[in-house]
Design a protein around this ligand. Sequence first.
Ligand SMILES: Nc1ncnc2c1ncn2[C@@H]1O[C@H](COP(=O)(O)OP(=O)(O)OP(=O)(O)O)[C@@H](O)[C@H]1O
Length: 361
Amino acid sequence: MTPPTERSTPLLDAHLVVDRGAFRLDLPLRVHAGEVVALLGPNGAGKTTALRALAGLQPLAAGHLTLAGRVFDRPDRRLHVPPERRPVGVVFQDYLLFPHLSALDNVAFGPRRHGLSRRAARERAARRLAQVGLAGQLDRRPRHLSGGQAQRVALARALAVEPVLLLLDEPLAALDARTRLDTRAELHRQLADHPGATLLVTHDPLDALVLADRLVVVEDGRVVQTGDATTITTRPRTDYVARLVGLNLHRGHADGHAVRIAAGVALTVGDDLHGEVFVAFPPSAVALHPGRPDAVANTWPATVGGIQRHGDNLRIDLTGPLRVAADLSPAAAARLHPVPGQTVWAEVRPSDIRAYPTGNS
Ligand SMILES: Nc1ncnc2c1ncn2[C@@H]1O[C@H](COP(=O)(O)OP(=O)(O)OP(=O)(O)O)[C@@H](O)[C@H]1O
């Protein structure tokens, strides 16, 4: 989609404040027409709570929720519109299809409730199912559908009410790896055609990166980072995001090209910066040597911790002044023979390190 301008009015404009016991979700959220936003975060971050609040299943403690200019939640004015009166379509993680209804009647259910005649609702449902490639499966009950087909029925059902806001809760989590790949591509096509706002809740970074225009990362009920896929994957701002995108991340103090990271470790970086910075580099950029290498910059002594297989390589966790993951090719591993507890020297080339200020996101 064309990126929305900063000034255009978002279709979804919300500030979700929800209390669940000791946990508080405090999440500003704006999604424009045609935009797909992924809400990404670790277990317990508050993703499901946000989704339930948007659907109207969870009352807000404070804040507001506006869809296409209409207010649906304003606790300070005691305003709360119940789920069934919201222009919201939801694809639940396990789809929640009605087992006793055919695919067609599952999809026709929403339009019927919105007042369409039985015939009009079934016509719309048939059209929706055809759009997701299920024209031949209209009469099938959910138990006779494959996982991928059930997912598409659930999507057709959510879209059949022509929602202003489409909510997807881990939409591919229930599928096996192969079906996931095909269904992800299919879902991407369907979302591109959806004129409303879409919010995708997931803890799978691949789903978020493939399906979303923008990512909002939450940890412990708060937004920790937001941006497009490139920003998130190249400039992580928390350990969680760095792990998600497979980068080593450290904070340090920059003085030109030199960044002081920890006691005794300073890294030379390509970027010329001053003040507090993040430095990020991939495990594949870390070379390991049995003794001190000749390179003058960016070497430090480290201790081999855990060793795991990582694709064709070995992933080594290094302890010492910097906790860093390093990937060793089979050839490099054969030369080094890493064993836990072994002392090695780590080296990263300045050109492989990205440095950026901690201040703005
Ligand atoms: N019924 C409840 N009562 C009290 N606290 C709850 C309840 N349900 C969830 N919580 C708390 O709310 C917080 C957010 O949970 P939530 O399910 O929204 O996270 P999530 O990001 O969706 O996690 P997951 O990826 O594991 O589904 C958690 O700390 C959890 O302990």
